[in-house]
Design a protein around this ligand. Structure first.
Ligand code: GCU
Length: 718
């Protein structure tokens, strides 16, 4: 062996020759890398020189371990644990109940004001000593407070004079995994399911704990681990012990496990002749099933159900209503404190009514007939997680029923895990939409947090984008969407900019200039995707089946699964007439929105073609005609995607190289696919508009026949 190589190997063996760290994304935003800013490190060491965390529950142990590991990583030195407040710079954490020290440091806090999950982080001075306190009424609040403090340190935020009070705005903050028992993930683009059903319960992957840590760090407190297109097998004893093993890992992180319930399970796996919810034997079967589950998982969260939608069985198979079905299941879990989440994503191609209207028509008459432990879970928009939809008209329209938000974190319609599309602006747009249900100021967020109609049972669900890929989400920036969901479920009023800034600083860089640049890219990325996919209120024009790529020409099969059903392009114009003269979907909104949406002059242009069939030569606010405007928007989307790629290349050598290279390659694909969307859609719509492309719009790279003829095999996520 050559001498130099030998030297290198020896040095490497001694750990003295370490190549630059390549970040594979596994650690998410919980990196805890050593602080390199010397001044900040000093501040940190001064203010957090010792730690005193009281309590011995599994949740407190998890908080303790996280705090010690996090601080040790970031300060680069061992953390001193103390048992009394001898010197300045101690961090004290615990509940008011378990820690007399905590209680004595915050004498002004009235019991019952913070709650079990809320917390206070405060800098106090006692006997001349400076102390930082993390206090809650419950262990979970201490855990969340610890994660908050670690976030501050990770972001290198000031630690002096802290005065933070946090309480979650919603009770249930859940991920919904569309994961199947064979480990495939419906609409999943990050590898196989994280749940290794075959090896459970014997083998507990370290990923489960890291999953729980990540979720707890952003306040997520529940996970529905199975697909809404449910498999009754998960309710069998063989699988329930596996579910119980997962629940055991989640519990110390304040996370409850929930399951999807296949409505036909009593007949399918239970040996009954029917699954009719009003049949006493069926109700009994579910009660016994609940008792079996709770014996294994005492804190089981409850059931999520997709019924009578897209081929799933449900109460309507037996002539019963959604309320009959939901109530029967809710009764089964009620004795144990469980909930039933019943999805409002229902539509039927045998009903000749605009699909966007069907859920409202079905559910509004049922308002007031659900049990108190039922939530109706409503997608953000009335069709299906499109790049842009107006908020779902059910929000505000069922005052007597808790409505739970369902967002989609996985990017089924937004470029899978290939495109950088930061979803916080989409979530924020929906949450800040004013439903006018109880007059102005009746934002969707107030429906969700229960304040509008006085509900205490509240929740937000996000369809997970997590899989077994090393970096969890496929695209590094998909992590930001998971992060954003959790932060918004905790606090729906957070701004997208705040969330982006937190995530960037914890995941990518502390350099303010780079952070600004990345933030600008993230914050504009959703609008860019809307532009290159579905500008001006277009929707549901993706390829059939896999939903990846454009397919505005799709016109076969179920009409409500085609594209032509939604865009309705003809030689006169384009768009779905949902006005009073059309499907009248506008009337499902409260005044004045019904009038605003009904009037093409008042309807926001970004939703124009959602509500109106508009002539190609209609003059838009820009002064251009509709056709030209549409072309320009598509082009702007492509331009933005290309700018992202060019900008990212300026970061070469300025951020971690593995992160850099991963995103660089994906941005290249994104730009190419943005152009594909533009070219395919514009060529297709041009066959109706019969107008040339305006100046500034690039000539398509291929003809329409080429795009229509593209076939893809084994696209993930189906
Ligand atoms: C979409 C998606 C399906 C999913 C469904 C749902 O239609 O394409 O895969 O099952 O939503 O939310 O139930």
């Amino acid at each position: 062996m050559k001498k130099e190589i030998l030297v290198i190997l020896i040095l490497a063996g001694l750990g003295l020759f370490t190549p630059a760290m390549a970040d594979d994304g596994y650690r998410l935003w919980l990196k805890y890398d050593q602080i390199t800013d010397i001044a900040y490190l000093k501040e940190c060491n001064k203010i957090l020189s010792g730690v005193m965390i009281t309590g011995d529950s599994p949740v407190i142990s998890a908080a303790h371990d996280e705090l010690i590991a996090g601080l040790a990583g970031m300060t680069g030195s061992q953390v001193t644990e103390v048992s009394s407040l001898k010197s300045s710079g101690t961090l004290v954490a615990g509940t008011f109940r378990s820690s007399p020290v905590v209680a004595s440091l915050l004498p002004d806090v009235e019991p019952g004001t913070i709650g079990e999950e809320g917390y206070i982080i405060r800098s106090v001075t006692m006997g001349g000593k400076k102390i930082t306190v993390i206090a809650s009424e419950g262990d979970r609040g201490v855990l969340y407070g610890v994660f908050h403090l670690l976030r501050l340190v990770s972001m290198q935020s000031p630690l002096e004079d802290l005065s933070i009070t946090e309480k979650p705005a919603t009770v249930l903050r859940l991920l919904n995994h569309w994961d199947n028992l064979d480990r495939s993930v419906e609409r999943g683009y990050a590898g196989e399911s994280v749940w290794n059903w075959h090896l459970l319960p014997g083998y507990i992957s370290p990923r489960y704990r890291d999953y729980a840590r990540a979720n707890a760090s952003i306040g997520i407190n529940g996970t529905v681990i199975t697909n809404v297109n449910a498999n009754a097998l998960v309710l069998t004893p063989q699988y329930l012990v596996k579910v119980a093993a997962l629940a055991d890992v989640m519990r110390p992180y304040g996370i409850k496990v929930y399951l999807t319930a296949r409505f036909s399970a009593p007949a399918e796996t239970g040996g009954l002749a029917t699954s009719d919810p009003l049949d006493p034997a069926v109700a009994r079967w579910w009660k016994e099933k609940a008792s079996e589950i709770y014996a294994l998982i005492p804190d089981f969260g409850g059931f999520l159900v997709k019924a009578n939608s897209e081929g799933q069985p449900g109460p309507q198979n037996y002539g019963r209503s959604h309320a009959d079905g939901a109530n029967m299941l809710a009764d089964a879990v009620a004795p144990y404190g469980g909930v039933g989440m019943w999805r409002a994503f229902v539509y039927d191609n045998n009903i000749p009514v605009d699909r966007a209207k069907q859920a409202y028509n079905e559910f509004v008459p049922l308002d007031g007939s659900f049990r108190s432990n039922v939530l109706v879970q409503v997608k953000n928009g009335a069709v299906d997680f499109q790049p842009r939809e107006p908020f779902h008209p059910l929000f505000g329209a069922m005052p007597s029923t808790p409505l739970m938000m369902e967002f989609q974190i996985t990017q089924e319609y937004l470029g899978c895990s290939t495109h950088l599309v930061f979803l916080a602006p989409l979530f924020e747009e929906c949450l800040t939409s004013d439903t006018h249900a109880a007059g102005p100021g009746s934002d969707v967020a107030k429906v969700i947090d229960g304040t509008l109609h006085g509900h205490s049972l509240t929740g937000m669900a996000g369809v997970a984008n997590i899989g077994s890929e090393r970096n969890w989400t496929g695209h590094l920036f998909g992590q930001a969407n998971w992060y954003a969901f959790g932060r918004l479920a905790w606090q729906p009023s957070l701004s997208s900019a705040t969330i982006a800034s937190e995530w960037i600083r914890m995941t990518l860089t502390h350099d303010p200039e780079i952070a600004d640049g990345i933030s600008t890219m993230m914050l504009s990325s959703r609008e860019a995707a809307v532009n290159y996919m579905t500008p001006l209120g277009l929707h549901h024009i993706m390829a059939e089946g896999h939903h990846w790529g454009p397919g505005p020409w799709v016109n076969r099969g179920r009409p409500d699964w085609t594209s032509v059903y939604y865009h309705r392009a003809d030689t006169i114009g384009i768009g779905f007439n949902r006005t009073r003269e059309g499907s009248d979907a506008v009337s499902q909104y409260f005044p004045p929105l019904n009038d605003i949406f009904n009037d093409p002059a008042e309807c926001p242009e970004n939703m124009l073609l959602w509500f109106h069939h508009v002539p190609w030569d209609h003059t838009m606010k820009s002064g251009r005609i509709l056709w030209d405007e549409m072309c320009i928007r598509y082009q702007e989307g492509v331009n933005a995607a290309e700018v992202y790629g060019a900008y990212w290349e300026t970061l070469n050598g300025r951020i971690d190289n593995a992160q850099y290279e991963h995103v660089r390659q994906l941005l290249k694909i994104q730009a190419r696919e943005a152009r594909w969307w533009k070219d395919a859609c514009l060529l297709y719509f041009q066959t109706f508009s019969r107008r040339p492309f305006p100046a500034g719009v690039d000539k398509p790279e291929n003809d329409l026949a080429y795009y229509r003829g593209l076939r893809f095999y084994y696209v993930p996520g189906i």
